[in-house]
Each structure stands twice: as structure tokens, then as C-alpha cells.
Design a protein around this ligand. Structure first.
Ligand code: FAD
Ligand code: 2HG
Ligand code: ZN
Length: 474
């Protein structure tokens, strides 16, 4: 192994190969669910260096775990605990390569932090719409490798829809130069969409061509109180009808989720939560004018109040007020983390079946474990719930997970299956769901995935054990 370390040092420079010291931020996952041990943390500066690293690892049969901002929710980006894997950190590859204003595209390297890309786009007069609570630290490479969703999907789509091209270092150390910003190209298999969402298991994304949009003329945000989940779903239908394509955000937050924000971040002044089972955060991005957006929004709220779909609402009067409302939504994850570990379920259900799913699954959980708290919130506009379960008051969180995690997962995922949903809507599979996937995904689809993995990474060099594992062998 010393020979490999020496070779890696020759490729990237000794200061960019770390084998000792505090490697915690690379080796422990964001949720503190697992801690691994890397043979070395290697940080290349360009695509050529990534190729050389892959070739060196291939020769010595040392597997590679690509990592961006290490904000994975499913333990997908840290090494295992054997001390035999190379952790490839992409964060030094953080250059914006070019902007093409006529083509509405920007080419960025994989290690660019999402917020940095949003800011560069805005300085140039454009919108890059991908928005996540982790945007200050997650990277474009991580966003694409997980096909991240976030809070603007209802209008602009997932990371996949925002990407026109990729540059990828394959598992054999070749470069696929696929950065062309074409909106039409029917010359064969869709390699771009194969690598997007592959969680580092097929190759390393080193750069991407992303779509830009004109900045909207006006953005409005509102916060509404809904008496039950059915009403929140009804409000979504009304919002689609009234706002049409202007609807850019539709987030739902259950009362218990908001109580955690209130408990841990009281300075955020959560509105309307005490007397309503659910609150909804809506956003309209209007291409006409502030007046147009406001009249549409007021119309929507008026109808929703008259039809008793909502019980109360506030429309933000300034950008500062809108930001304050978004901050509440974005801090639910941090409030949960401050409270302690919980059992996360990032699921999607057809919107038409969400109300029945929630009612039925809430009942099953509370019957099974008295006092269990359900932290239900998420991107209702996309049919994506973060349906998390927390220990009853007074029960140690770690004990709760040890004793109940498997059974609660089975209960929730069986229910997801019954309602025609998916067990991972946006966070991916990583290590946490890899064993569960085989029970909920179509066996033919799994076989095809395994065939693709074997074809593109025959030696299992790339992030082994994540997303797809050996148990899928025929
Ligand atoms: P990492 O965590 O470093 O890696 C994620 C996966 O991608 C790993 O499998 C890794 O091996 C692989 N990978 C990383 N970079 C590359 C690369 N260049 N090439 C190949 N493989 C690579 N996710 C959502 O979808 N929507 C949300 O709203 C959302 N909100 C979040 C809020 C918070 C507070 C946090 C902590 C996380 C949230 N996430 C959300 C999850 C996470 O932020 C996203 O999945 C994000 O896209 C991961 O980016 P990253 O750079 O941190 O990737
Ligand atoms: C969000 O939407 C993230 O805030 C995190 O996807 C969800 O904390 C969670 O469960
Ligand atoms: Zn989410």
C-alpha cells in the first residue's frame, strides 16, 4: 500500500494526500450514523489527476469512494471501516469553466458548492434553480450523483432535469467528454442519465453543463395553516390551477416538525403552527411583475380561505420576510439533528394517495409504539414526504433506533409499496437502504442495474456496497 500512497502523492502532490491527522469530516457521515476509516483522503485539482488516481487504484485493486460535500443522508460518501479504500474528495475541483448566455448554460466542475453556482448565475443575470437546505456545503457532483431534489422541483425538476452534459472519469480511467450543452441529441444510449443518480458507483463526475433560466420578475412567498393533510393536498391542486407554471415551491410541514424548530430555534418565530396540524409554504415565481404575482397569490389565498381549505395565511411583504419563512422550513433537518437521532424515510407517493397514506401509516405507527412522534414534512408539491419517526419522550434515541428501526422501516416501506410509492425519493440509497432495496424494487430492474454495474465497473472499484450490492447476484 505504501507504493500506492507514493504514487498518489506523485499525482496530486503530497499535501493533497492525507493519511493521518483529523480526517473526521471525511470519514463520518453528516447524520453521525456511521464512521469509516480511509486508507487515504486524496484531493485532485483536475480531471487528468482523477484519471491517474483511478488507474493507480485499478492497478492495485483499491476501491474508491467519491465525496463532495459529505452531506449524504444515506451514508453514501464515507469509506467503510476497513482502512483500505481511497476517499476521493472532489472539493478542490471548484472552477466555473464557462457561461454561454445565448445557450443558457454554465459549465462547472464537480466540486463547486451549489450556493457558489447559484451566486455566479445570479451575478450574470440568471437563475440556477436547484435549492437544498445543504446548499452551502453540498457540491454539484454530489447533487448529480444523487439526482438531488429540493424545494424548486415542482417547477424546474430534479438535478437530472437541470443537467445537459457531463464529463466523467470512467472506472477504467478514461474520460467521457460529454459536456455539450445540446438540448437535442439522439445518438444512442443516454449515458448522462445513467451517471446521474448512480451515487458514485459507475464513475466519477468531474464537470457538468447545467441549465440556466432567466431570473423571475417577482417572487412571492406565503405561509398557510391547514387543518389536516387532505386540505394541504387540496391546496396544492388549487395552487396549480391558480398559479399555473408560476408555482415554484410547495412545502408541507407537520405540527411536530415545526415544534422541533420552535424548541431549538425559537428566534425563527414559527407562525401559525400551534393551532394547525399542518402548515404549507408556497412560492410563486412570476415572469410578469410583482403586481401580477401578488394578485394571483391573493386570489389563491382568498379562495382557499372561503372554501375552508386553510384556516389562516400570511403573505410575505418583503424579501426579508420571505427569507425568514424559508429559513424555518430549511432548519427542520437541523432541529431534528439537535434533538437527536431519528429514523428517516425519504419517500414518494402519488399526490392523489398521500392523504390516505399518511392517515393509515400514522395509525399503524402509533398503534405499534405508544408515544412515537412522527416528524412529517417535505416537498408535497412533488409527492415527496420526509416521514421520519422519533422516539417517545423519555426513551433514549440510540436505544430506540437499535430496537425499533428495522420494524418501523418495514412498516413504513410496506405501506409505501401498498400506496404505489418509492422508498427513496431524493436522497438515494447509499449504504443505509441497500439491503432494503431488494425487497421493494422490481427484480428485473435490479438485474438490469447489476448488469450495467458489471459492464461499466467490472472490478467493483467505484463505491462498492452502495446503491447495489453483491446480494443481487443471480
Ligand atoms: P456527498 O454527500 O459527498 O455524496 C453523495 C453521493 O454522491 C455519494 O454516493 C458519493 O459517493 C457520490 N458523489 C459525490 N460526488 C461525486 C462525484 N463527483 N462523482 C461521483 N459520485 C459522487 N437532498 C435532496 O435531494 N433534497 C433536499 O432537500 C436535501 N436537503 C438536505 C438538507 C440538509 C441539511 C442535508 C444535510 C442534506 C440534504 N440533502 C437533500 C441530502 C444531500 O445534501 C444531497 O443529496 C446532496 O446532493 C449531496 O451532495 P454532496 O456534495 O454533499 O454529496
Ligand atoms: C429536506 O427536504 C431534506 O429538508 C432533509 O431532504 C430531510 O431531514 C430530512 O429528513
Ligand atoms: Zn427533501
Amino acid at each position: 500500500m505504501n507504493d500506492l500512497i507514493k504514487e498518489l502523492e506523485d499525482i496530486v502532490g503530497a499535501q493533497h494526500v492525507q493519511t493521518t491527522g483529523d480526517l473526521g469530516r471525511f470519514e463520518e457521515d453528516w447524520r453521525k450514523r456511521a464512521k469509516g476509516k480511509a486508507l487515504a483522503v486524496v484531493s485532485p485539482k483536475n480531471t487528468f489527476e482523477v484519471c491517474e488516481i483511478v488507474k493507480a487504484c485499478l492497478r492495485t485493486k483499491v476501491s474508491i469512494v467519491p465525496q463532495g460535500g459529505n452531506t449524504s443522508m444515506v451514508v453514501g460518501a464515507i469509506p467503510n471501516d476497513t482502512g483500505t479504500q481511497v476517499l476521493l474528495s472532489l472539493t478542490r475541483m471548484n472552477q466555473v469553466r464557462s457561461i454561454d448566455k445565448d445557450n443558457l448554460t454554465i459549465i462547472v466542475e464537480a466540486g463547486c458548492v451549489l450556493q457558489q453556482v447559484q451566486q455566479v448565475a445570479e451575478r450574470e443575470g440568471f437563475l440556477f434553480p436547484l435549492s437544498l437546505g445543504s446548499q452551502g456545503s453540498c457540491t454539484i457532483g454530489g447533487n448529480l450523483s444523487t439526482n438531488a431534489g429540493g424545494t424548486q422541483v415542482v417547477r424546474y425538476g430534479n438535478a437530472r432535469e437541470l443537467c445537459l452534459g457531463l464529463e466523467v472519469v470512467t472506472a477504467s480511467g478514461d474520460v467521457w467528454h460529454g459536456l455539450s450543452g445540446l438540448r437535442k441529441d439522439n445518438t444512442g444510449y443516454d449515458l448522462r442519465n445513467l451517471y446521474i443518480g448512480s451515487e458514485g458507483t459507475l464513475g466519477i463526475i468531474t464537470a457538468a453543463t447545467l441549465k440556466l433560466y432567466p431570473l423571475p420578475a417577482a417572487k412571492l412567498t406565503a405561509w398557510a395553516a391547514a387543518p389536516n393533510i387532505e386540505s394541504a393536498v387540496k391546496l396544492l391542486g388549487l395552487a396549480h390551477k391558480t398559479l399555473g407554471p408560476s408555482l415554484s415551491g410547495f412545502e408541507m410541514m407537520g405540527q411536530f416538525a415545526l415544534s422541533l424548530v420552535d424548541k431549538h430555534f425559537p428566534q425563527l418565530n414559527v407562525p401559525l403552527w400551534k393551532n394547525s396540524a399542518y402548515c404549507v409554504l408556497l412560492e410563486a415565481s412570476d415572469n410578469e411583475s410583482e403586481e401580477h404575482a401578488r394578485s394571483q397569490f391573493e386570489n389563491l389565498m382568498q379562495t382557499a380561505l372561503e372554501d375552508e381549505i386553510i384556516t389562516d395565511a400570511v403573505i410575505a411583504e418583503s424579501i426579508a420576510q420571505a427569507k425568514a419563512l424559508w429559513l424555518i422550513r430549511e432548519n427542520i433537518t437541523m432541529a431534528q439533528a439537535t434533538e437527536g437521532l431519528n429514523i428517516k424515510h425519504d419517500i414518494s407517493i402519488p399526490v392523489s394517495r398521500i392523504a390516505d397514506f399518511v392517515e393509515s401509516t400514522d395509525n399503524l405507527i402509533t398503534q405499534k409504539i405508544k408515544g412515537a412522534a412522527i416528524v412529517n414534512f417535505g416537498h408535497l408539491g412533488d409527492g415527496n414526504l420526509h416521514y421520519n419517526v422519533q422516539a417517545p419522550v423519555g426513551v433514549d434515541y440510540k436505544d430506540f433506533l437499535r430496537i425499533h428501526e428495522h420494524d418501523i422501516n418495514t412498516l413504513v416501506y410496506d405501506s409505501v409499496k401498498e400506496f404505489g410509492g418509492s422508498i427513496s425519493a431524493e436522497h438515494g440509497v447509499g449504504s443505509l437502504k441497500v439491503d432494503t432495496l431488494k425487497d421493494y424494487k422490481d427484480p428485473t430492474a435490479l438485474n438490469l442495474m447489476r448488469t450495467i454495474k458489471l459492464a461499466l465497473d467490472p472490478t467493483n472499484l467505484m463505491n462498492p456496497g452502495r446503491l447495489i450490492n453483491d446480494q443481487y447476484s443471480r
